[in-house]
Design a protein around this ligand. Sequence first.
Ligand code: FAD
Length: 385
Amino acid sequence: MKSEKRFAVIGAGLGGAAVAVLLKQAGYQVTVYEQAPEFSRLGAGIHIGPNVMKIFRRMGIEEKVSLMSSHPDFWFSRDGETGEYMSRIPLGQYALDNYGAAYVTVHRGDLHDVMLSPLDNQDVIFNKSLETIDDTGDEVLMTFADGTEAKADFVIGADGINSKVRETLLGKEEPSYSGWVAHRALITGEQLAKYDLNFEDCIKWWSEDRHMMVYYTTGKRDEYYYVTGVPEAEWNSPKAFVDSSQDEMREAFAGYHETVQALIDASTSITKWPLKNRNPLPLWSQNRMVLLGDACHPMKPHMAQGACMAIEDAAMLVRCVDEAGLTEYETAFALYEANRIERASRVQRTSNANTWLRTQEDPAWCFGYDLYDAPLKDPLKGEVA
Ligand code: FAD
């Protein structure tokens, strides 16, 4: 064990899982507290860029993730109505050769399972909804909704857009509704087989104010997934998502290409999610508490890099803790913020603007990034350390 200091991670989402695994592998003590009673295979897919596959290499899960995922050769953008190609962004072998790892699309639940697999059962405690945190200066005391308490030397807030850790640092403030919703549906390969259409591996259908992103979530291509972005003036439900319908989708995508209409016809269960946001936070850490992922910089999901940024945060945080040591933990956390804020903010802006890969552009700044190769920026001097 590298240090007797105890890290508590709040939230076992993709960012929390990554930071817990990387801390443990680096020899630190870590316990994850997750509010959910368990995780289920929710109906959603996710893109993982080469920038994050290189972090999975460190975590020892790159091959597993690669084997279960779809490996698109291109990200296509097409006009929703005419079907005309607006961009053909090379991935596949091009990504391996030029970005140093694969670009994959996968089922989010399957990915989450693999990301948690390096942890032992006792490392993640479920049914622990954080209620309060008290940083006494020497340690941090946490209370949970079930009446229990725990102590740690440091707390990492990986608890998503409604983060309690963020609230402790900056006060209560609801995230803002962006005015956009996302419909999500999974379609089986059997359902697709009924159509004499070409269902491309990774494609975004666009029109002026809306889009539909579609891709496979397995290496076997037996599950296809779509996620939309559609303007909707208000969101009044207190729920995380509500049911949608084929009728609602037909209305939202009237006039779209026959392939999109076939996908709507083939979807049996459709859900609708509000897309929420926050302005950039004035601080990422304070004393013994530090934030990552959606707790820190949530974004509209249109660049498919939100979880990737949470995982990059996790890797950079552990790198900076290793670099600065825990005696100087405030230096380590400042180093982490200094080495993440520019990139995470750029991704947040690009994602919110929903322009990514709409036309032919070079995504190397995002996909080619190797977090472990990037020189560390000194937060005080602004120099390369
Ligand atoms: P979360 O995934 O939100 O995890 C937070 C965890 O903390 C949860 O498990 C939660 O239960 C737990 N928690 C919350 N409060 C407490 C508490 N008080 N006590 C204990 N535990 C708590 N990103 C990509 O990289 N690629 C994509 O293709 C992509 N597609 C997306 C599509 C849509 C429609 C949406 C909405 C998002 C998409 N994203 C994508 C973004 C991505 O989902 C998020 O950025 C990512 O999940 C953030 O990870 P996180 O670990 O920071 O937070």
